[in-house]
Design a protein around this ligand. Structure first.
Ligand SMILES: Nc1ncnc2c1ncn2[C@@H]1O[C@H](COP(=O)(O)OP(=O)(O)OP(=O)(O)O)[C@@H](O)[C@H]1O
Ligand SMILES: [Mg+2]
Length: 158
């Protein structure tokens, strides 16, 4: 894929983008899912400015997966696990917020097993802070504030 820049003009548009990516990754033919199915969880590293829309994007992503609970930043709990009930490439949707954390914080509870489980789709806010414990092939999504109040630039990199 290389690098793709997308601009959104509202939180609604950023949510829609999250939904659209989830739809793509959940397609049975998705190369990413097929490749990763062989060995590890699929990990998306969400990076960039404070308040730039990472959680908003995750909410859209979760919406496509049929997650009914309200998705908020799991700031005080390291991660949240949601069961995916609909038929999909993955069984568990895991939302991590690494803002206050370091890689060593992940050593204590078996993070390795989360990463190894090919049934997991894992979205990590502030993934850049813990990149040494994420799979090398993780898709990076970088969020930046735009010129106007509700404009954002969202960069997909792999
Ligand atoms: N185009 C846009 N995309 C996403 N959010 C937007 C946009 N325009 C305005 N917003 C607002 O910006 C805020 C984004 O907050 P959000 O919690 O999603 O950011 P975040 O990157 O997760 O922040 P943090 O770094 O604190 O985790 C929300 O209040 C949202 O309504
Ligand atoms: Mg957030």
């Amino acid at each position: 894929m290389g690098k793709i820049d997308i601009f959104t003009k509202s939180d609604k548009e950023t949510k829609k983008l999250g939904e659209a990516l989830a739809k793509e990754i959940m397609k049975p033919s998705s190369t990413k899912a097929t490749e990763d199915k062989l060995k590890t969880a699929t990990v998306l590293s969400l990076e960039g400015d404070l308040g730039a829309g990472k959680t908003t994007f995750v909410q859209g992503f979760g919406k496509f997966l049929g997650i009914k609970e309200r998705i908020q930043s799991p700031t005080f709990v390291i991660l949240k696990i949601y069961k995916i009930n609909k038929k999909a490439n993955f069984k568990n949707f895991i939302h991590v917020d690494a803002y206050r954390l370091k890689s060593k914080d992940f050593k204590v509870f078996g993070w390795e097993n989360f990463i190894k489980n090919k049934n997991n789709i894992i979205l990590v806010e502030w993934g850049n802070k813990i990149k040494n414990i994420l799979p090398k092939n993780s898709l990076r999504i970088i969020f930046k504030h735009g010129k106007n109040f509700s404009e954002r630039k969202i960069i997909f990199k792999n």
